[in-house]
Design a protein around this ligand. Structure first.
Ligand code: SF4
Length: 466
């Protein structure tokens, strides 16, 4: 058999029918993750057609996008203040009960952001196909799964058939060699990759992140990298599973056990790219030369090393419009620009390692006057682990706002928003116009940069505070 890439192996193992010039392939889905925002229409379609959920045991529901993060609204007697959010939560509860789908409801100890709970439960496993009605499903590719976001109509299709119609993507190797310098994180690496590839450079491809730098990353760091694959335009991002992957998964509630574990690991070891396999595209990155990165515009490709000036006007209308929205001028330094809000959380950087990184900066320091630092764990498990480690005390002593889990300020639909015109340094994944609230100005960065900027009240190179 010809040498194959990791992606090609996972695809082949799930191809029910190959594509033809006229029809897409039929792809079997191992795990379908759903949440309250992109599932209501899909369940309505099932009801109107009188169809059941085809494989409820391969479907898992959580609440994250529109759920509040204030403790009194999650565990207290205060109702959800946003009507739309309250309706979506209620509808998901009803739909899951009616169709027999397992749901981690508002007060469930396992609830959290859909891309955080899959891995932490061991529901996300190497070699799987995983879909969800959220673009950042690519996160799960860190385990060697083929994972990607789908639309509401496709959510209904997968609920009804456990399959998906897909054109086979091309392959793209991102080769990263060298050691990340101190203060430079996985978030900086993926921002640098997007800056290099561009926001549409990966279009039609599945990226495989490869090389010594990727092998050296923890699973949480690998998830941060794969999470933002979509921001380079890619369909998905993947990393071949290895001993780091297996060590992370072993003993997780839904991972195989006993003899089943050994058999699974033996099978998972085959999910690597064969020597001599050919990629359709590739790029090489030298990790040792990277700096902390930060965005200055309105897509994640508008990104520079934190010490660099904002790129000068290029005459490019999109660039000029972005700088106009951000209130920035080409040639200005980003370092030292004032900040109003700092958000540490999301499926990109809301895991325990991210919170520990932020605590490293915040310990013994105070948030600058006038800055709102919001820290939101990616799941209730992350929250418990952070509190067991005493991180919440460090955050609260610094003056931060410590919340229940959820998507929070990643997107402005749950009550956690940035006011018009305000500057937000955010560890999330999108800096689109209005993403964090109408008129909000978002700068994407790592948890280290976010925490350092909260302390100084200005955009700050975290290496100055390490
Ligand atoms: S944190 Fe943001 S990107 Fe992640 S699942 Fe929630 S809304 Fe989507």
């Amino acid at each position: 058999m010809a040498a194959r890439t990791l992606f090609e192996k996972v695809w082949a193992a799930h191809e029910v029918l190959p594509e033809t010039p006229d029809t897409p392939a039929v792809l079997y889905v191992d795990l379908h993750l759903i949440h309250e925002v992109t599932s209501p229409q899909a369940f309505s379609a099932l009801k109107s057609l009188g169809l059941p959920v085809r494989r409820p045991e391969r479907t898992l529901a959580t609440m994250d996008h529109s759920t509040p993060t204030r403790t009194e609204q999650v565990f207290g007697a205060v109702p959800i203040t946003l009507d739309a959010a309250a309706r979506q939560v209620l509808q998901l509860e009803r739909n899951c009960a009616e169709f027999g789908v397992e749901l981690f409801g508002m007060r469930d100890a396992r609830r959290g952001i859909v891309h955080v709970i899959g891995p932490e439960l061991g529901a996300t496993l190497p070699g799987m196909t995983i879909v969800c009605g959220d673009s950042h499903t690519s996160t799960h590719g860190a385990f060697g799964a083929l994972a990607f976001g789908i639309g509401s109509t496709e959510v209904g299709h997968v609920l009804a058939t456990q399959c998906l119609l897909q054109r086979k993507p091309k392959t793209f190797a991102v080769n990263v060699e060298g050691e990340l310098p101190a203060g430079v994180t996985a978030k900086d690496l993926i921002l640098a990759i997007i800056g290099r590839v561009g926001v549409s450079g990966g279009t039609g491809h599945v990226i495989e992140y490869r090389g010594s730098s990727i092998r050296a990353l923890s699973m949480e760091q690998r998830m941060t990298v794969c999470n933002m694959s979509i921001e380079a335009g890619a369909r998905a991002g993947m990393i071949a599973p290895d001993d780091t992957t297996f060590a992370y998964l072993k003993g997780r509630p839904r991972a195989p056990r006993g003899a089943g574990w050994d058999a699974a690991v033996a099978r998972w070891r085959g999910f690597t790219t064969d020597a001599g396999a050919v990629f359709d595209a590739s790029v090489d990155i030298d990790a040792g030369r990277l700096e902390p990165m930060i965005t200055y515009g309105t897509n994640p490709g508008m990104v520079v090393p934190i010490s660099a000036p904002i790129p000068d006007g290029t005459g490019d209308a999109a660039h000029d419009k972005a700088l106009g929205y951000m209130g920035f001028h080409g040639g200005d330094a980003l370092l030292g620009k004032p900040v109003n809000v700092v958000f540490i959380g999301s499926c990109t950087n809301g895991r325990l390692e991210d919170l520990k990184a932020a605590a490293q900066i915040l310990k013994g320091r105070k948030v600058a006057p006038g800055v709102h630092l919001l820290i939101v764990p990616g799941s209730q498990q992350v929250k418990r682990e952070a509190e067991e480690a005493g991180l919440d005390e460090i955050f609260k002593a610094a003056g931060a706002d410590w919340r229940e889990s959820g998507c929070s300020m990643c997107l402005g639909m749950n009550g956690d928003t940035v006011a018009a015109g305000q500057y937000s340094v955010s560890t999330s994944n999108r800096n689109f116009e209005g993403r964090q609230g109408v008129g909000a100005r978002t700068l994407l960065a790592s948890p280290l940069t976010a925490a350092a900027s909260a302390v100084r009240g200005r955009i700050t190179d975290p290496r100055a505070l390490l």
